[in-house]
Design a protein around this ligand. Structure first.
Ligand code: SF4
Length: 408
């Protein structure tokens, strides 16, 4: 996840004469920041009342057999706590369809996890908002794919937009931090300004722009992926909106996911707007280090299979029924995990030769794998030009391994 707000706040501090170098030097010396344990996105249930076009889990409104029981989930939670996992994002399918969702959530809160709920919002109603509020979720994220007509088409349900917005308002009225989660595609990119206005009108706390990933149902819609210029325009708009927010003293959060080239693109935005701060911000972004699937981000699916992130559902690292998460996660005998945990990762093509690899981390490996079958090929969704990443157009590309650099 790329936290635009964090970097805009740092930019504001730089503008006021702050010196980030001590902080950055310490961070840069130890490489990208590693959390004590990964953030775990936990798909507790595959069932969903909607069948969205870009769903990575290919859910349906039916029960899926073999899902983890309440008791099994509690056992895994104990292990996650001992393993210093700081954050649980409870997701689905639609997590509110699990009859024990509040029992699980309350236990997670009582154990001291930061607990987020990721919902389509349509099942947040007057009937359950008291229970939702009573859990004390640290954050509720609700997916919105555009304005009413677009959202209802994406979600394949008439009225889904109004239900989701109603859910957002209920959360807001009950003092729950709530965010919009927006997956950017060619069909909805033009509605981003309107959505940001809705965010303002509805006093939404957080905006999460998710780039389309090639996994699950998203993979079948690859041709619909937003073209690179649209991505750049969307990012420019988010940067400007967030910067205006910070200057106005507002506390809203803007984050993106699934395209770590966003960090590099921020440097190019700064080059245009605040060239004097590019060097300091680059150091800061190196401390972030870009993609952290398999390192700071983990996924457990509804059956207990562990994956490097939510888009690797076709690739299991092990099952928590057979082996504790705390044993699965550090095990680098798996080649994908070995590479994801390597520093630098054994990247090839543009990513291997990129001069911003230390900022981006080689972006999203599942896209490279889906397209080429090679975990370490260049990410096809990088929207930076060869010139921007320091690879001359038409020049021979370099293949980089952790140990040596050689001509491909
Ligand atoms: S070329 Fe690869 S490493 Fe460089 S910015 Fe693009 S996706 Fe990131």
């Amino acid at each position: 996840m790329f936290r635009i707000s964090k970097y805009m706040q740092q930019l504001a501090a730089l503008e006021q004469g702050a010196d980030l170098s001590t902080l950055n030097r310490r961070g840069a010396a130890s490489g990208p920041q590693r959390l004590p344990g990964p953030v775990v996105i936990w798909n507790l249930i595959r069932r969903c009342n909607l069948t969205c076009k870009h769903c990575y889990s290919i859910s349906a409104d039916k029960d899926f057999p073999g899902e983890l029981s309440t008791a099994e989930i509690f056992t895994v939670m104990d292990d996650l706590k001992d393993f210093h996992v700081p954050v649980l994002i409870l997701s689905g399918g639609e997590p509110l369809l699990r009859p024990d969702i509040f029992e699980i959530s309350q236990r997670a809160k009582a154990m001291g996890f930061y607990v987020g709920l990721s919902s389509n919002g349509t099942l947040v109603t007057q009937d359950n908002i008291q229970q939702i509020a009573a859990v004390g979720y640290d954050y509720v994220g609700i997916s919105i794919d555009g304005v009413r007509a677009t959202h209802d088409v994406f979600r394949r349900k008439q009225g889904a937009y109004d239900e989701a917005m109603h859910g957002i308002r209920l959360c807001h009225e009950h003092g729950i931090k709530v965010g919009l989660r927006f997956t950017l595609t060619q069909d909805n990119a033009h509605e981003l300004p309107e959505l940001l206005q809705i965010m303002q009108d509805e006093q939404v706390d957080k905006f999460y722009l998710s780039h389309l990933n090639y996994a699950g149902r998203g993979n079948k819609n690859r041709k619909d992926d937003v073209i690179h210029q649209m991505t750049r325009d969307a990012m420019d708009l988010l940067f400007e909106t967030c910067w205006a927010d910070v200057q106005a003293g507002r506390q809203r959060e803007f984050v993106t996911g699934n395209n770590d080239a966003d960090g590099v693109y921020l440097l190019y935005w700064l080059q245009k707007r605040f060239p004097q701060h590019v060097a300091a911000m680059r150091d800061s972004l190196v401390c972030w280090g870009g993609n952290s699937s398999g390192v700071n981000i983990a996924n457990i699916d509804n059956l207990g299979e562990v994956h490097p992130d939510t888009f690797w559902w076709h690739y299991s690292l092990g099952n928590v029924r057979q082996r504790p998460f705390s044993a699965i996660w550090p095990d680098t005998s798996d080649p994908l995990m070995a590479g994801l945990k390597a520093s630098p990762r054994p990247l090839e093509g543009r990513c291997g030769a990129c001069r911003y690899l230390d900022v981006c981390g080689g972006n999203t490996r599942v896209r490279a794998h889906q397209l080429t079958g090679n975990f370490w090929a260049e990410d096809p969704a990088c929207y930076l030009t060869d010139e921007e990443i320091g690879v001359e157009a038409g020049a021979e590309r370099l293949t980089v391994t952790p140990y040596r650099r050689s001509r491909a």
